[in-house]
Design a protein around this ligand. Structure first.
Ligand code: FE2
Length: 305
């Protein structure tokens, strides 16, 4: 059973436990989330001026659109202000910044009617982030920058929270992906040929959950949830922000969602920065994830070096 908690006031320890059980957490927009979204909105509007970013796809060839995104995305992702704004959100919803680590935020532009579906506009097929070398305690945070509709949001495929899927994660290594896959995104305009972690069996995606929050509304979910980008048929581009967090105690204890079907190599452990001073995850814990192949399928935890 997966429940959705709205504006829950439980503390962060209890909330993480719920998230690891597959529950979804939603917060109404609040000043801290609005601040991050407004910052992204302002940067996007400057980049696509004189067009509204949601409508820009109708006014230019896709190659020009990709050029704009290629400049906008890294500018947003690595802007120092984003880190401050994310830390403010985490603190606002009760995370202990000392023990909470986050990665840089992504800015997603999901165009309508398959205008751009590859490279920088890649529409993620149903996947678990845990198929992409994350620790099992990773949480995903997602916010739409403009209003969304069921036709241009993201979807949770709840049939598979506790149902293993045959998938290609065993061929995925985060370190290889960072060296090649991400850089190649710039070149991929018409077709995406990068090897992604994906399901290798037909999926039964209905019924599917699409949470429609207001702009700046926040959805938090476990990296183990199967989720996907909805094929956008709304007529306008969806802009959203997502970032990820891990908690130090959970990393150390290897707490998190059960791993029922991920077999990837490599680790995202180097990507997270501490909420207080932006320092990396402490070396002993990085070593724990770096030097081991995690195999705790079906709840059986064993770590092999
Ligand atoms: Fe994802």
């Amino acid at each position: 059973m997966n429940a959705v908690y709205y504006n829950s006031e439980i503390d962060d320890d209890a909330r993480r436990a719920q998230l690891y059980e597959g529950q979804l957490i939603v917060f109404s927009r609040r000043p801290s989330t609005i601040a991050l979204c407004e910052f992204a909105r302002q940067m996007s509007e400057e980049a696509f001026a004189p067009h509204d970013p949601r409508e820009a796809q109708h006014h230019m060839p896709v190659e020009q659109y990709v050029e704009i995104l290629a400049e906008l995305k890294p500018k947003f992702i690595h802007h120092p202000k984003c880190k401050e704004l994310i830390a403010a959100i985490l603190e606002d919803v009760g995370c202990e910044l000392e023990n909470t680590y986050f990665d840089v935020p992504r800015l997603r532009a999901v165009t309508s009617d398959a205008y751009l579906t590859s490279g920088l506009g890649y529409a993620f097929k149903p996947h678990r982030d845990s198929w992409y070398s994350t620790p099992m305690c990773q949480l995903n945070w997602w916010l739409p920058i403009y209003e969304i509709t069921p036709e241009n949001t993201m979807a949770f495929d709840l049939n598979y929270w506790d149902r293993p899927i045959e998938n290609s994660s065993s061929e995925f290594n985060h370190q290889d992906w960072q060296q090649t896959g991400r850089k190649d995104a710039l070149k991929l305009v018409k077709k995406d040929t990068r090897r992604q972690s994906e399901a290798l069996e037909p999926l039964q995606l209905e019924p599917q959950l699409r949470l429609i929050t207001e702009r700046g509304g926040l959805t938090i979910f476990s990296a183990a949830h199967l989720h996907s980008t909805v094929a956008n048929t709304s007529g306008s581009t969806r802009f959203s922000i997502d970032f990820r967090t891990v908690n130090l105690a959970d990393l150390s204890a290897r707490n998190g969602a059960p791993n029922i079907d991920s077999a990837c190599k490599g680790t995202t452990i180097h990507d997270y920065l501490r909420g207080t001073d932006r320092s990396p995850v402490p070396r002993p814990i990085r070593d724990l994830y770096e030097n081991s192949t995690l195999k705790h399928l079906s709840g059986l935890v064993s770590v092999s070096n």
